[in-house]
Design a binder for this molecule. Structure first.
Ligand code: USQ
Length: 390
């Protein structure tokens, strides 16, 4: 299969490129390197130093003997995107080319607007390009579990749900209630894709994925093949952040009482799931919505796990519940339907607790590099006030 990855330079994009290329697929990727710069903008950097994309591609050739074609391009530029799609005529396009941080989108009006313009424009450009080149191309779009929020009902894997209002029944898109401008941009993307599916019959998999954690995949067998790893208060996600906090001797930071609950998935299992979804596309003209999670934990339970693992490695670890900078419920119901991936053969191999040990072990050699970014770990992007002392 020929696969075009939009956002190939990211945390998920790069390991997916390695996985697909190793499985014999032809891989082409686009990235504008925005994440690299936006992480530096908030005073941080990836925990692991990153080779330039061109170097990454040549390391992949040398170490794994795979060919990956890379273009530095912006998916917001319709004509550039269209030219690349026309040139390569891919069978599937993976769309990761979005601003993916909730705190970043809440910094101020410019960051909110950037998030909406980037994320919505990239999806619209992709839709228009494939209806011109080949509407049969399978779009694998990264959405997020955060589109649903934390409702007091089960989160089903279906685009529509039947409702009754004043005695009349109809179907409406599955209800969503996001919790940041970033998450809302993903909701609007999903609605746009669903509508494009109804209008042009485009084949789409919309993935509702929970937070991903981890440093390793089967292909990351050398430091030169590492994917980026973010931990600061804007770009880091909870499990990865706690592991860096542990290595730096900082307290672990569950927000509020730590009752926020999410469905998590390891980087390796995310790669397994994405590969299965690409190799088992939906029927032509179908819009398939998939919930991509493995283990459900509260952020306090994760802090306890990191503390336990860290202490088993000889570290001294404190947990400090900090004031929640976000607007979130302290406790909530969380039940997610996950039937589609198991029906395709998805068998998660990783347990969070085991992976936490590997993350910490992988980070320890980079401790002195991490020391440089200590001051951007504690939360300062507040949902109501924006980012203080920018
Ligand atoms: N949290 C803490 N302490 C921290 C950091 C986060 O308690 O030090 C809490 C947050 O308040 C939240 C939960 O952990 O309740 C998850 O936050 P996160 O920063 O790990 O993840 P989030 O902002 O939701 O976004 C991340 C990715 C995003 C992806 C999303 C999946 O950045 O791209 O879409 O996870 S999901 O969370 O299911 O929406």
């Amino acid at each position: 299969m020929k696969v075009l990855i939009l956002g190939i330079d990211g945390y998920l994009g790069w390991p997916l490129a390695l996985r697909l290329a190793k499985r014999g697929h032809e891989v082409i990727g686009i990235d504008n390197l925005y994440t690299r710069n936006a992480v530096k903008e908030v005073g941080s950097d990836s925990a692991f130093p990153l080779p330039d994309p061109e170097e990454r591609v040549s390391f992949a050739k040398k170490i794994l003997d795979v060919d990956i074609t890379f273009y530095k391009a912006d998916v917001k530029d319709f004509y550039k995107l269209h030219e690349i799609i026309q040139r390569h005529k891919p069978d599937a396009i993976v769309h990761f080319a979005e601003q993916r941080s909730a705190p970043y989108s809440m910094i101020d009006v410019d960051h909110a607007n950037y998030t909406f313009i980037n994320n919505l424009t990239s999806t619209i450009n992709l839709i228009y390009s494939i209806i011109k080149v080949d509407p049969n191309v399978h779009i694998l779009k990264m959405g997020t579990m955060g589109e649903y929020g934390t409702p007091n009902y089960d989160i089903l894997e279906r685009p529509f749900v039947e409702v009754e209002i004043n005695g009349k029944k109809d179907k409406i898109p599955f209800p969503k209630w996001a919790s940041s401008w970033y998450h809302w941009s993903k909701v609007y993307d999903s609605y746009n894709l669903l509508w494009a599916n109804q209008v042009w019959g485009i084949t789409i998999t919309d993935i509702m994925q929970g937070p991903v954690y981890g440093t390793r995949t089967e292909e990351i067998i050398d430091d030169k093949l590492r994917t980026r790893f973010d931990f600061d208060e804007v770009w880091g996600t909870v499990v990865n952040r706690y592991c860096v906090e542990a290595v730096l001797g900082l307290p672990l930071t569950p927000y509020g009482k730590g009752g926020q609950t999410r469905g998590f998935i390891s980087l390796e299992d995310s790669m397994q799931a994405l590969t299965l979804l690409l190799e088992n596309p939906p029927k032509q003209g179908e819009y398939r919505v998939v919930n991509q999670i493995h283990e459900v934990y509260s952020v306090m339970q994760i802090a306890q796990m990191v503390k336990e693992v860290g202490e088993s490695l000889g570290m001294k670890i404190n947990i400090q519940n900090v004031k929640n900078p976000r607007i979130e419920k302290e406790e909530h119901y969380y039940n997610v339907e996950t039937n589609i991936l198991p029906s395709l053969g998805f068998r998660p191999k990783k347990k969070m607790k085991d992976e936490i040990k590997f993350i910490i072990e992988d980070l320890i050699p980079f401790k002195s590099r991490l020391e440089n970014f200590k001051r951007v770990v504690m939360p300062k992007t507040d949902w109501r006030k924006g980012r203080e002392n920018k």
